[in-house]
Structure formats: structure tokens, C-alpha cells
Design a protein around this ligand. Structure first.
Ligand code: GRF
Length: 203
């Protein structure tokens, strides 16, 4: 499948995808990487891998709707089969989400439906959770509310800082996102009636 990856920052998930393609574990082509932040390190990672990059700086647009129209146009010109949100720190308009229904994937650093939104690691610590983790899900107009495809759990230790926990979670992110994309690329994964389906089975 042709993947378009959207980022805002470091791009460690993007790197895991690049590495998985290189290693033959992910039969896909990353046709473009788009960032809303000009200084996102992930853009450098993409350039180093010879992938086409584009920066659409949200501060140059009047409002969210105008930005998303432009973003949609840029993605459509890449003719991607999947739009992969990988640390893309923007809320998307329902119009954008609907335009790519069933093709939009996101990774969220919590065991959804727990801790939608930001600062998930600190919130898990503050609540005294013994377990935390990460979810990959299809994107629907409800923020972090689309059907979950896979989750990975990690322990929370007594003296963990949010950074410690983030690191433990991100190790899992780099494992599960390429795996999900390999399923999608093989045509095994779909969204039907707001449910995630793998090999014709509801997840
Ligand atoms: C990840 O923790 C992801 O779950 C969250 O943002 C972070 C992005 O990291 N949505 P990176 O840019 O892929 O390194």
C-alpha cells in the first residue's frame, strides 16, 4: 500500500516504519511525509530515507477548516491508500476525517478508552495505574474515539516519571504500528460500520 505519514515532531514512529519497509517486514511504500511544524525532526528522517516531504505550517492558515482543506488536497495528490497519523498533534475537522474514512490510522499513547487527549503518561501516574500502554485505532470524527485495532500494555513502576513511562510505551509503539500497517497493506484490515475488522473478524 501507499502510505502518507503525518507528523509534528521527532518521528520515531515514522522511523520504525521506514526501518520495517527496509527490512522487508512491511510491504508498503511511504509516498510522502507531511508535517505541520517546519522544525519537526521527522522531516529530516524522511529526507534521509529519500522520501518526499512537505511542510504545511498551520500558523499560516486562517483557521482549522482552511488548513484541513489544504492538507486534504496535498494528501490526495499523493494518491495514498492510507493516511498514517504518527505524532501529528492536531485535531482534524470532521470533513477531513470523513474524506478519508477507513484509511486514517492513529497511534495514541494510552489504553483507550482511557486517557483521550494529552499528557497521558502523567495522568496514568497521577491515577496510580499499575498498567499503561498504547493503542492503534482507526480515526473517526470523535477525538481518539475510533475503533481500536491493537493495544500493547506496559507496567507502571513506583518511581516512574512521565518520561520513563513514555520511553517504555514508545518501545511498544515502534513494534505495533508497523505491524498494523503490514495488515492494512495486505488488505487484511478494514473499518466497517465503525468497527475494526481483521481477517473478516471483528476486533
Ligand atoms: C507518540 O508517543 C505517539 O503515541 C504520540 O506522539 C508521540 C509521537 O512520537 N501520539 P514520534 O514523533 O513518533 O517520535
Amino acid at each position: 500500500a501507499k502510505l502518507c505519514v503525518l507528523i509534528s515532531g521527532n518521528g520515531s514512529n515514522l522511523q520504525a516504519m521506514i526501518d520495517a519497509v527496509d527490512a522487508g517486514r512491511l510491504n508498503a511504500e511511504i509516498v510522502g511525509v507531511i508535517s505541520n511544524r517546519p522544525n519537526a525532526y521527522g522531516l529530516t528522517r524522511a529526507e534521509n530515507a529519500g522520501i518526499k516531504t512537505l511542510c504545511l505550517d498551520h500558523t499560516e492558515y486562517a483557521d482549522r477548516a482552511a488548513y484541513d482543506v489544504e492538507l486534504q488536497r496535498a494528501i490526495e495528490s499523493l494518491q495514498a491508500d492510507a493516511i498514517v497519523l504518527a505524532g501529528f498533534m492536531r485535531i482534524l475537522t470532521p470533513e477531513f476525517v470523513d474524506a478519508f474514512a477507513g484509511k486514517l490510522l492513529n497511534i495514541h499513547p494510552s489504553l483507550l478508552p482511557k486517557y483521550k487527549g494529552l499528557n497521558t503518561h502523567q495522568r496514568a501516574i497521577d491515577n496510580g495505574d499499575k498498567e499503561h500502554g498504547v493503542s492503534v485505532h482507526f480515526v473517526t470524527p470523535e477525538l481518539d474515539g475510533g475503533p481500536v485495532i491493537i493495544q500493547s500494555r506496559v507496567p507502571v513502576f513506583e518511581d516512574d516519571t512521565a518520561d520513563d513511562l513514555a520511553e517504555r510505551v514508545q518501545e511498544q509503539e515502534r513494534r505495533i504500528y508497523p505491524l498494523v500497517l503490514s495488515w492494512f497493506s495486505a488488505g487484511r484490515l478494514k473499518m466497517l460500520n465503525n468497527k475494526a475488522i481483521l481477517d473478516e473478524q471483528e476486533l
